[in-house]
Design a protein around this ligand. Sequence first.
Ligand SMILES: Cc1cc2nc3c(=O)[nH]c(=O)nc-3n(C[C@H](O)[C@H](O)[C@H](O)COP(=O)(O)OP(=O)(O)OC[C@H]3O[C@@H](n4cnc5c(N)ncnc54)[C@H](O)[C@@H]3O)c2cc1C
Length: 324
Amino acid sequence: MPGILTYALHYEGAFNKNSLGAVSEAGKLAQQLGTEAHAVVVGEGIPDDLASQLGAYGATKVFRVEGPEGLAQPVIDAMAKIMTDNGHDYALFGGGLLGFEIGAGLAARIGAGVTMEVTQVNVEDSKLVAERPILGDSSISESRYKGKGIIIGRLNAFEMQQGEGTATVEDVQVELSPWSTKAKMLKRGEQRGADVDIEGADILIAGGRGLGKPEGFETLEELAGAFGGNSAVAATRAVVDAGWYPYAAQIGQTGKTVAPKLYLAAGISGAIQHKVGMQSSENIVAINKDSNAPIFEFSDLGIVGDLNKIVPKLIEAVKAKKGG
Ligand SMILES: Cc1cc2nc3c(=O)[nH]c(=O)nc-3n(C[C@H](O)[C@H](O)[C@H](O)COP(=O)(O)OP(=O)(O)OC[C@H]3O[C@@H](n4cnc5c(N)ncnc54)[C@H](O)[C@@H]3O)c2cc1C
């Protein structure tokens, strides 16, 4: 039976939110197509109860592959084999760097069409049609597939929906390509600024070159701390390249795509390569001393002024509002 295959990334016994969104979307679309949604998990000794959890998000079957988790090439090997053996028509991924890398590699491997940065998927004539915003989000382009189709969402474009049900788990032996074993995951862990996942944060305080010096990030961390909850600090490429903040916190074309409820930019000009990574944020607030800074063109609220004066006042105000 043709169907939709997704990949679910896990870390320390839990699936990531973006993967669960993709599994949920695949489950919903499979129902509309009259087919099934399946998922692939790759890792060492993944327990049954973890793999079968994906059933609650819409997967009817989970293919479990023994191999290194968190690297793209082994997942491409696994998905290419599973799609070919089982006749899946589509593969669907949440956004994020790993999804982009796996999706693009898989498309090349099996000769499928691929669409990235997809914000919506529809069913027409028993086929999937992917919608992708183009030209600075002023138009929508639609992708249809002649053969197999790979659909990669924008980060968090697909909503996670938890219901009932468990999935059957099927073990699959996959022979990894020689190049897939060249890279090894030495360590998955945390670094400063990356201990809160910026892709999953509800409030993001982003800093740019306007901070003037690396220590400026300490003030932004204090502001994020004042907000509390699911808040994190992010950065532009200019400051990441300068070594002021870790790469893991970079937003943009060559960084991460984020869509928090609140995105607050301090000392960021709003270059197109930065904008593409944060434009889906629900509320955009920018502080910049230059009233002509491009970021004001796509901000919901713009504050023209010196961040060195405004950010400390904001910290005080947020703390006062929170009662401490
Ligand atoms: C191929 C390519 C890929 C790229 N990928 C990315 C990417 O993924 N992410 C990314 O971010 N960039 C990326 N860039 C770089 C991008 O073009 C910009 O150079 C970068 O985003 C600028 O960073 P910035 O806003 O921190 O710095 P700037 O552009 O230098 O802006 C600093 C801003 O701070 C303001 N400012 C200065 N002092 C103060 C103050 N005291 N108070 C308030 N405001 C102040 C200034 O008015 C200015 O607007 C990429 C570029 C290329 C060519």
